[in-house]
Ligand binder design. Structure first.
Ligand code: NAD
Ligand code: UGA
Length: 376
């Protein structure tokens, strides 16, 4: 199998390489300027890496050769950090649509199967969220189904939706290219994948505001309060990166089932409010460090204006319907949220232990009691 993977150096790409390169029959050409998360694979003779973005005019010919060579193309390239959606909307629209539009054209021209990572954010807010008190009595008004649910976003001035709109336009462009020009495609809509190597920890290996997992991890490690944006009543369903990679491997193994489909990939059993997530992460960190004081680690409420700046608006709830991935791929997520958090948080703790400064906490080597490490 010959795969081109664009954005292979990020969180999902790094796990995908871990899984795919175990198979001796897999050859990969990857594109990404970032390689820190895939250092373990850089000497693999079955990986050719272009350490650049795909959107520079001078690399176009090489990109054409990559697409020509590959059987299948996987697109992971993005800016997918909510803190950038309203503060760097042009960058977000470029990264998620304009910079990858030529990739879709090339796959169409060469008839190559394009598996493109979209997002649960294309659904926007639920219908329920527009009813008084976020009325979640009727699942038809909040469950998200690939072919039935409307995609509901707020006003243009709320630039939070720049990401969701760019992703939605890419989906529509891919779908139209399939219908009018025969492009074989698969759209994957991830619902909050969690796992080791997600994002960065501000002040250690990155700057800015990462996604919620890394924000809470940083706060726990540095003795800062966990911040609940607008009170933390928003809900997310969280799926393990390992379950998610199982789904992707099934897609690659079953092209006739996976092609020309949209798939929600999430875990309905792992739904929490963000306030509950904070509570659970405090408990998991107390277990990982062996320090019960983390149960009482401070939590504070902040407004979204203060946290993200003007133009932020939240997705209230993301409950995926997963029937399609079940029926066509035989996929069902397995890993419960507590296990996902213990594994992921232990990884962060171990990786950053030397620089832990906060209280309560332990500045010496971490105790990893109760935590399990990934097999990859
Ligand atoms: P990530 O930010 O960790 O990785 C994205 C990678 O793409 C980065 O390494 C970046 O350097 C690279 N990249 C960006 N533009 C590029 C370009 N033009 N050419 C080559 N490389 C480029 O993100 P991730 O969490 O691994 O997400 C991967 C994909 O899945 C994205 O499309 C994202 O929108 C989507 N997604 C992820 C999640 C999740 O829970 N992680 C949820 C929904 C959607
Ligand atoms: C994310 C990102 O948009 C994308 O990575 C991805 O496409 C999408 O999820 C998805 O899974 O499809 P979101 O879940 O809103 O979106 O981003 P997070 O940063 O993980 O935030 C989750 C929730 O926690 C939000 O309600 C946010 O306001 C809140 N939050 C975040 C806090 O309360 N405190 C924090 O410190 C950080």
């Amino acid at each position: 199998m010959k795969l081109a993977i664009i954005g292979c150096g990020g969180f999902i790409g790094s796990h995908l390489l871990d899984r795919l390169l175990r198979d001796e029959s897999v050859y990969i050409t990857g594109w990404d300027p970032e390689v820190r998360k895939i250092a373990q694979h850089l000497n693999n003779p079955r990986l050719v890496l272009h350490r650049t973005t795909i959107n520079k005019p001078e690399v176009y010919d090489v990109l054409c050769q990559t697409i020509d060579w590959a059987d299948t193309v996987i697109n992971l390239a993005a800016i997918c950090n909510p803190a950038e959606y309203n503060t760097n909307p042009l960058g977000v629209i470029h990264a998620n649509f304009i910079d990858v539009y030529k990739l879709v054209e090339l796959c169409t021209e060469q008839g190559k199967w394009l598996i493109s990572f979209s997002t649960s954010e294309v659904y926007g807010r639920t219908l329920s969220s527009y009813l008084p008190d976020n009325c979640y009595e009727d699942p038809e008004l909040y469950e998200l189904s690939e072919d039935e649910s409307p995609l509901i976003m707020g006003p243009v001035s709320n630039q939070r939706w720049s990401y969701a709109c760019a992703k939605q336009l890419l989906e529509r462009f891919i779908y139209a290219s399939h219908h009018e020009r025969g492009l074989p495609f698969t759209i994957v809509r991830p619902f909050n994948f969690f796992g080791p190597r997600m994002d960065y920890i501000p002040g250690r290996d990155g700057e800015g505001v990462p996604r919620v997992l890394a924000c809470f991890m940083r706060a726990l490690m540095d003795g800062l309060p966990l911040q609940l944006v607008d009170g933390g009543s928003q809900r997310r369903t969280i799926v393990s990166i390992h379950d998610a990679m199982d789904a992707l491997l099934l897609m690659l193994a079953k092209p006739s089932q996976a092609q020309n489909q949209f798939f929600n990939i999430g875990n309905r059993n792992n739904e929490v409010t963000i306030a509950e997530l904070a509570e659970l992460m405090r408990a998991c960190y107390a277990e990982i460090t062996g320090d019960p004081r983390y149960h009482e680690h401070p939590v504070e409420v902040v407004s979204s204006d203060a946290f993200y700046g003007k133009g932020y608006e939240d997705c209230d709830r993301r409950m995926p319907r997963l029937d399609r991935a079940g029926e066509l791929l035989g996929w069902k997520p397995q890993i419960p949220l507590r296990q996902i958090l213990l594994e992921t948080m232990a990884h962060y703790h171990y990786q950053y232990a030397a620089s832990i400064e906060g209280e309560p906490g332990q500045k010496n080597q971490p105790s990893l009691a109760g935590a399990s490490f990934p097999t990859c």
